[in-house]
Design a protein around this ligand. Sequence first.
Ligand code: FAD
Length: 280
Amino acid sequence: MGNTLIPISFEFYPPQTPEGAEKLTAVRQRLVALKPEFFSCTFGAGGSTQDRTLDTIKLIHAESRNAAPHLSCVGATRENIGALLATYKSMGIKRIVALRGDLPSGMASIGEFHYANELVAFIRSQTGEHFHIEVAAYPEFHPQANSAREDMLNFKRKINAGANSAITQYFYNADAYFRFVDETRKLGVTTPIVPGIMPIVRFSQLARFSDTCGAEIPRWMRKTMEGYGDDAESIQNFGLDVVTRLCEKLIAGGAPGLHFYTLNQATASMEILKRLGYRA
Ligand code: FAD
């Protein structure tokens, strides 16, 4: 294939049960063969899953793998974020994915942080340069953004507050990513912006995610997958082709890395990476 092998990383969510944790350990054992730069684990804004994120990060760290906890600040206080930062620092964690998060329904108080740039600034004020800080970027723009330009300026605030690099929301239109990178470069952003890649496993699940996070499934893809109905194998084969092609375009266009939203499964990410020339 002749592609350059750019750095890769994998994202998990914290498993809910001991069986889920065991399965995830097996998933990591498969993925580690691809030599990822780090494994990250999401963090439920507002409390419910936060201990499970720490547990998952401890397991990854104990396997001597680079573990990157996500940390969202909505609904949080400086005190509890400060305590978590101190825990991660004392464990030897070096990378954090810093987010605002979304207030869970029924949770009234926004807490002491309003936007992710405030969290980035707080992490820097508490822990100096200890952590490599990743922030979120939205090539198709955040659903609450007033305008494309404001969203890019708000993205720049996070970089100015001290973020080292960014991971994007997933997308299936490479032009949106390239345009976002070009436009934010014009605004003076020089940090790497790594595309987030969502392999397609189940169409219904993907459609649900995309509706809430504002990531577009292009009409031609949606129609094709709808046409496959219950034929899961055809959807998966289509997804592998489309996402591999997307990654090829991103690599050819200079993407600095690929971050896979694994949904705690190894097979689809591994197959895409194999097609791109990565060897397990
Ligand atoms: P922000 O950067 O704060 O932006 C949120 C909105 O506010 C945007 O519309 C922005 O334009 C606007 N804005 C930003 N700053 C300002 C400002 N100073 N003044 C006015 N407006 C402003 N969610 C979780 O709960 N847990 C996770 O682990 C998690 N991981 C994620 C990982 C990645 C790579 C990505 C892309 C998203 C992740 N999310 C996660 C989802 C994320 O929390 C939501 O998309 C959330 O709605 C926004 O978070 P943010 O950090 O991008 O917010």
